[in-house]
Design a protein around this ligand. Sequence first.
Ligand code: PXP
Length: 237
Amino acid sequence: MTKLGINIDHVATLRNARGEDHPNIIKIAKIVKDSGADSITVHLREDRRHIKDKDLKMLCRKKYLINMEMAANIKMMNIAIRNNPKFVCIVPEKRNEITTEGGLNLNKNFNLLKKIVKNLNKKKIRTSLFIDPTIKNIRLSKKIGAKCVELHTGKISRLVKDNKNFLDELNKIKKCSKFGTDNNIEIHAGHGLDYKTTKLLTKISNISEYNIGHFIIGESIKVGISKVIRNFKKIIK
Ligand code: PXP
C-alpha cells in the first residue's frame, strides 16, 4: 500500500502567530494519525520558524511515526539521534527561502551526507535524501548509501497549477522512480502536492510514499471553517 506522510509544520506556523498553544501540535498529530496518516513529518528548521525543539521531543516521545526533516549538518544529526524519530529526510536549507526550494546538491555535500546517512542508519533511523528527479541524483544517492530518496515534486506541481505542459517532468519522475527501485532505492515524493498532481503521480507505481503539508493544512481550513462558525453561532444565540 502506498503510504501518506502528513507534514504539520504549518500547524505550528499558525500556533506561533499567537505565541500560545492553539492549535496544539500533539492533539493535531493524534487526529492526523487517527485519520489514517502513515507518518507525521516535521521540519526542524535551523531558524525554528515553525516546529520547535520541544515539539519534536514530545512527538517522538509519544511514539508517533515521525519523519524529521533536517538540514545536512552534524548538529542536526545529533538532535535526530537524541530524539530518535523513526525516519529522517535530509533537505537543503536556505535561511531566507519561504519553503524548501529544490533538492540537495549531492556532489557538493557528498562526504558530509555519507557520514550523516551512515550514522543515522546505524541508529536504525531510515534516512532519505530530498533530491531533484534526475538519474544522476539517484546514482549519487546510492553511492552515498541512502536506501531511500524523496523526489522534489515542486516543478511538476507548479506546471500543473499553471495549466502548463507537465508531461516531460512527469516522464522524468517516472524514469527516476523506476531507476531507483531497480537499484533498491525506495522512492518517495513530495512538495507542492495537491489533489490533482498527486492523482497524476499515482500513475507511477514505483512511488511508495507521498509527503504532503501545505495543501492539506490549507484545505482543512476550507473544509472545516463552516463547522466552527456554526459552533459559535450556537454559543452566542
Ligand atoms: N517533503 C519535503 C522534503 C519538504 O521539505 C516539504 C516542505 O517542507 C514537503 C515534503 C511538503 O511540501 P508541501 O508543504 O508543499 O506539501
